[in-house]
Structure formats: structure tokens, C-alpha cells
Design a protein around this ligand. Sequence first.
Ligand SMILES: [Ca+2]
Ligand SMILES: [Ca+2]
Ligand SMILES: [Ca+2]
Ligand SMILES: [Zn+2]
Length: 543
Amino acid sequence: MKRLVSLGFVVALTFSGLSPSAAAGSNDRISETVSYNAETGTPYFIAGTLTTPSLNSPTNIVLSYLEEKEKLYSIESGGKTTFDPVSEKTDELGFTNIKLQQMHNGIPVFGSILSALVDQAGVLTAVSGEVVPIPPMKAVEKTSLLPVSEASAAILADLGAKLGAAPEIIHEERPSLTVYVSEGEAKFAYSSEVEFLKPEPGNFHYLIDALSGKVLTSFNQIHHADPTGKDTVSAGKGLIGDKKAIHTIKNAEGTFLLDRTRGKGILTYDGAKGLLLPGKLWRDSDGIFNESYDGAAVDAHVYAGQTFDYYKNIHGRISYDGTGAKVVSTVHYGENYNNAFWSGSQMVYGDGDGVMFSPLSGSLDVVAHELTHAVTASTAKLIYQGDSGAINESMSDIFGILVEDHFKNSPDWLIGEDIYTPKQKGDALRSLADPTVSGQPDHYTKRYMGTEDYGGVHINSGIGNKVGFLLASGGTHFNIKVQGIGKAKTGKILYRTLTQYLTPKTTYRQYQAAAVQAATDLYGASSSEVASVKAAFSAVGLK
Ligand SMILES: [Ca+2]
Ligand SMILES: [Ca+2]
Ligand SMILES: [Ca+2]
Ligand SMILES: [Zn+2]
């Protein structure tokens, strides 16, 4: 599989007073810091005082700025590039965030979304994301495009070959036409997502050449806690028997794991060791959840609630979608199943085989990791491939750590220590303090560039994880000293980065610029927090 991201080095330069409006003699000072992708020559992050104050709507302010900057973005004249606003939200600092989809001759460019911020005075302060330059495309008659049904058939055929059996599809998004740019070539492609549970759970995103029907790329968006694990058959094991209060509802039929005190509800289901989702809402006849079989459900329920509370109380976010979406979990999924994942609509936990894993809901950091994938899926929508996939994974790991810390659940910088290799003490799935202990890179120059694991999403996450660790705890890494700012400020900065600035195809270099900007919004450009963000990224080779 080809990597979608470009690896060209990047230069950042600052200039002032060069914009047309400043040249026209306005008193309002215009200043811009532009970070360019040296390979494509287009900017990926612009920050500063980009426009003069305006009473226009935030969306119109951004749109007219982009129109003015056509040249800067080296938008090809071969076709018409426009931007479709897809969302507009105001944050707690008074900024309005506008997300825009790049369109080429009216067709969306796959994964190309810009995220822009306009302050309370109507001044554009940042544009995050790269406008994809569209190489000249052959003029194509609408009639020569394959019918949508053939794209669906191509997906099914490819999945059948991949899985060794025809998948039982539970949801298929109707393929929609996009412009897909890869390796300097632009193609018309159908984009579609398919969700299935058999022969094994999958949630694949496909891009199918709209002329030839060939598969251009595909990736599985199920976020596995451990992508390399294999199911082995051995005895299961219960959870640690710690006592905790849980929110439930009770009626004549019994007591159910439904917590209506949080958003639209926290619901926990019994998969009963089968593969059907979500299974049955957990019911207990005497209302006391103290059997050993109950342990996995109690932990999933309590930890989903704690993760919900963390995002609500610390970041003002109500559930993963920000509007109180139901949080659904299924435990006892499959037989000795060595994994946990966010399916695209709910969390799923296996019981583990008792050797590699104990029931996976027993680890608060793993639960928060999976739910953070849901936060990412409804904000930055980081594509689960290459750099953006690694950043997606790293965000989940970092917030897993922060939630564990917030609830003083034996906080550490390890992921999954409570459920990984139950017969062996002291190890974990990953370490953020030292990613190399589980074979992850801790510097951008050491990144994995192969095709396994969707371009190393669980491998290169080590780079982002090291940044998170250094930013919070400080330290000297590759001779660069980082002053730690603590976990709370790290969470504030990275939450703002994730929800306001990151876009589907964000690379590690873009992530650096975005994090610096988020810290600038929160603490000011000359703050020690901004200096620490810069140092933390610099220590892993990103500046
Ligand atoms: Ca009971
Ligand atoms: Ca941990
Ligand atoms: Ca262990
Ligand atoms: Zn993950």
C-alpha cells in the first residue's frame, strides 16, 4: 500500500506587511507565519493576523481570504478549485472554527479539509491544512464513469479475496465520487465505507478508480488495541474484584447497565462470547453485579463513564461527538478474543486468552484510548494510514494516559499494563516515556516507512507519544532539553490541537505547527508553554 503522506522537508518563514491589504495602506497590521511543504510548494499552516477586523460572517471571511490567496496556495488553473464549508463552531475562547472541503470542479478532493479560525473581532488567525494541488486531469465525460454498482462489486470482490470469505455486510455507504490525488496523479475515484462482522469485524474505507474499477487504496478503520495479536485458545480469567459504584436502571425485569446520568446514556451489553453486536443490554436479576462474569461489564461501564466525565469536565465536551451521543460498549465479545476496538459506532472488548490479555475493559487507559478514537473520528477525522494514522493512535494513547491520571487509577506512562500478559508483571502494550521498549521509534528520523500496519500507525505513534511525554514531564532527549508543563496543560493544548487544527491528512510536521498554534491561542506566543511545545517536537526531530 502506498503512503498518502509526503515526506518532503518543510521550511517555515515569517514575513510581515506583504499581504495585499497591508500594501493598500491599512493601519491594521497584517502578519503571517507560513509553513510550507517544500515538496509540493504549498502552505500547510498559516498563522498570525491574517485579515483586518470584519463584520462579515466567519465563513465569508475565510472564503474571501482563500480567494485572495489563490497564488500562495498555487491552485491550478486547469480546473476550478472551490471550498465548501462543512462546519462552523465557536469555542470557549471565542474563536469560530470553520472546516472547509476542497472541491475540484465541484467534486470533493479526498481527505482535503482546511480548518480555519476567526477570532471575536472577525480576524482570521489561522488556516490549517494543505490545499492539494490537482495535476491536470483528462477531461472525462460523466458517461464514461463506471456505475456506482460496479464500484460496490469491486469492493466486495476485493474484501472476499482479502478475508478468504465473502463478508456479511452490516452497513455500506453508497460510493460517492471524489478526486483522489496520489503520487502526482489525480484520478476520479469512488469513496465508500463498509462495515461487517464476519468472517471477522472490519470497517474498511475503499477508493475505487471510477474509470477502471481498480482498487486505488483501502484501509481498515477498526482501531485495534493490538494489531499483531493472534487469538489462542486457553482458559479465561475474571477482573480484579475491586468494588465500585455503577449507574444502572432497574425495572420489573431486572437491573440494567444503562447510565442515564451522562449524555444520552452509557450502555453496556453482553456479547455472550458471540460475534453479534451489540448483543444484549446487560441485565442482572438481583441488581448486584458481583459474579466473576460481571467484572468485565462493570469495568467497561465505569471506565466509559469516567472517560465521558474527563472530556466533559476538563474539555467541556459532552460525549465523543460533543452533543451527548450514546456510549455503547459490548464485553465478552467472541471466544478468548485478544482485542478491543472502536467499531465506528461502539466499543467492543474481548475477554483475552488469559495469556496475552485478560478481559480488555479492565484497563482505564485502554478504554479511554478507544473512546478517544471516537472523539478523533468526530473532529480531526485523521485518516488511519501513514502519519495521520500514527497521530490518531498517539492522541488515543496520550488521552488514555491523561484519563488514567485524572482518576488516579495507578497513573503511569504505560498503556494496557492492567490487562497485558496477566501472568507477567511490569510490562505493557506501549510506553510513552520510552516508546523503544516496544519497538517504536522515538524520533522522526527513525520512523517506519514500510507498508505493514497501514504505514505503521501503531509503530510511528511512538514519535507523538514521546512528544506528549516530554511536554508533560520534561526531560532531555537527543540533547534537546524540554521543560515539562504537566499533564493538565498538555491535555489542554493537545485537545485544542486535535479538535481545532488537525485535518484528515495531517502529517507530523503539520501536527507540530498546529500544536504550537493551539498553545499560542491558550498561553500567548511568548509563553513558556509554547517554548515547551516547540522543544518537545524539536526533541523528536520536528520543527
Ligand atoms: Ca447479580
Ligand atoms: Ca497505564
Ligand atoms: Ca503483564
Ligand atoms: Zn487505537
